[in-house]
Design a protein around this ligand. Structure first.
Ligand code: CA
Length: 535
């Protein structure tokens, strides 16, 4: 299918305004024949832009306007990519929405450009540091949290009860521990645990318990009769320590153990074990570490047409800064990058990285096909209301979160990071599943962009939320940490905001600043990706 040439670097958007009160549209590339209306509330019929373009009907904020006449069947271009073909003649100045477009087919996964768009490495950024917690395995935490791993959903109620008592009765005695988190999930029994793809939820749970923010203190609550036995979840050697010969036995509280007579005996066991781990965690102190120890997962949710204009390009610029500082950035959400696969393989650092990306996308294509859908199942009613016509347009805006660095590694779902740099961590786009898989990969800080607005948060890791529009940032002033709408308002550049975010991340990582989600303790559930059968 016809696709545009891969872009070598994000194009700065052209913003046609001198003041925000004027009618304003934003173009992403000189070749585009549509732009999006930027003004709050949209613009009425008869509006004349400074360039002379006149709207022939109302166009809502974030929605597309035809810059030139587009004939029936002709391509509609945004980001210099064909996002659809006109289903009827579209005069200049008309509203171009999803009902007027036919979506292009997905790019085939063969004959892709491999490593052809590699950017010259940018000069390293030296001297940036934050204060973090060094872990026995060499990773660094941005928070000091006791996590209680669970083998199975059956123990969730008892563990939650115990965690409440730990927080009320024990935590006040351990002021250097930030929180206690129960790693609750729906897996562990009633599942086809020997199915080949069961490895995904199992390794996700294993690696979650090893997240850098948990300080290497692993404790497990097990029921006893479940399929996912503690030794299968965390086999010998799974917990990295300096000398495996001295590895202590796995710390497991088994609820069906004969010694537990009554519910309170189970709670007492969990609290006793927790106290041992809290004592060790409480002895730790933050120390100055290089910014290269940051492991930042980037994600978007509740996207609108501004996501790809303001927040995501600024996050992309920040991602480039993090990579230049020697850090790690993970981008994910396979259905939202699938349509830009040629841009990504072109940025692969090695042919092996490109092949791994193709392997993950082919696996996901087949996974969707098994469910009789394709990538177009991704877009939501809110995306369309926000101006995103289809997954091609959404993907072009989503992919810019990855910045412009060479892609140095690929992770399959649930795998743990083994290297630094820009990494494609293959995950579904679902906010909770993506967040869970990025935590399992080793994320110690999360950036989340949103246009429609979501109060998303994670208990295990700070989430910096970035609003794509000033209107959202104003209304959700105590939920959004960064207002990228200032880019569309002409107040800051993408580069300025990228630097602002970079500095903010170092502050948040050091614990000097809390995100709004942390302030209000807004936590979404951990949600496992389980493509294997349930029994
Ligand atoms: Ca998402």
């Amino acid at each position: 299918m016809p696709m545009a040439h891969p872009r070598l670097a994000p194009q700065p958007p052209t913003i046609m305004t001198s003041s925000p009160a004027q009618p304003l549209y934003i173009t992403m590339h000189p070749q585009d024949n549509v732009a999006i209306v930027a003004n709050d509330g949209g613009l009425p019929a008869g509006t004349v832009f400074p360039c002379g373009l006149t709207l022939i009907g109302h166009v809502p904020q974030g929605h597309k306007v035809a810059l030139t006449p587009i004939a029936q069947g002709a391509p509609v271009r945004r980001y210099n990519v064909i996002i659809g073909y006109a289903l009827q003649d579209l005069p200049a100045g008309s509203w171009v929405n999803e009902k007027l477009l036919r979506m292009p087919a997905a790019r085939e996964l063969d004959h892709l450009p491999i490593g052809t768009a590699q950017r010259e490495p940018q000069p390293p950024l030296e001297g940036y540091t934050f204060e973090g917690y060094r872990n026995p395995d060499g990773s660094v935490g941005t928070r000091n949290i006791l996590a209680i791993t669970q083998t199975v959903q059956c123990v969730a109620g008892v563990t939650a009860f115990a965690v409440k008592r730990i927080k009320d009765e024990l935590l006040p005695r351990f002021p250097h521990v930030d929180d206690v988190v129960a790693l609750e999930h729906g897996y562990g029994c009633g599942v086809a645990i020997d199915a080949p793809e069961a490895i995904i939820p199992i390794r996700t749970l294993r690696h979650l318990s090893l997240n850098p923010n948990f300080g290497g203190e692993v404790m497990v609550v097990s029921l006893g009769c479940e399929k996912l036995q503690p030794e299968r979840l965390l086999p010998p050697g799974a917990i990295p320590i300096a000398d495996q010969r001295e590895a202590p036995p796995l710390d497991v509280v088994c609820l069906q153990d004969d010694t537990h007579v009554g519910f309170m005996a189970m709670v007492a066991s969990i609290m006793r074990q927790a106290e041992t781990h809290l004592t060790r965690l409480n002895a730790r102190r933050r120390e100055i570490v290089p910014a290269s120890e940051l492991v930042v997962g980037v994600q978007c949710g509740g996207s609108d047409a501004f996501s790809g204009v303001t927040a995501n390009p600024a996050v992309g610029f920040c991602a480039d800064l993090l990579v230049r500082a020697g850090g790690t950035v993970m981008f994910s959400e396979t259905t939202e990058v699938r349509d830009g696969v040629d841009q990504l393989t072109a940025r692969a650092a090695t042919p092996e990285v490109a092949q791994a990306m193709i392997r993950e996308m082919a696996w996901y294509d087949a996974y969707l096909q098994r469910g009789s859908v394709d990538r177009s199942a991704n877009t939501t009613p809110g995306n369309k209301k926000g101006g995103l016509s289809n997954i091609v347009e959404k993907a072009m805006g989503s992919i810019v979160k990855s910045g412009s660095s060479a892609i140095s590694g690929v992770l399959a779902p649930g795998e743990k990071l083994q290297q630094k740099g820009l990494i494609y961590a293959a995950t579904p786009a679902s906010d909770f599943i993506c967040g869970t898989l990025q935590l399992a990969a080793g994320m110690n800080l999360h950036i989340f962009t949103t246009g429609r607005g979501t109060p998303y948060g994670l208990a295990a890791c700070p989430v910096v939320k970035v609003a794509t529009r000033s209107d959202l940032a104003r209304r959700w002033h105590d939920l959004m940490d960064v207002n990228a709408g200032r880019i569309a308002d002409g107040e800051v550049t993408i580069e300025d905001l990228g630097w602002e975010m970079f500095h903010l991340l170092l502050e948040v990582a050091s614990g000097r600043k809390k995100t709004w989600a942390e302030q209000w303790k807004l936590h979404n559930a951990l949600v496992l990706f389980n493509p294997a059968p349930i029994t």
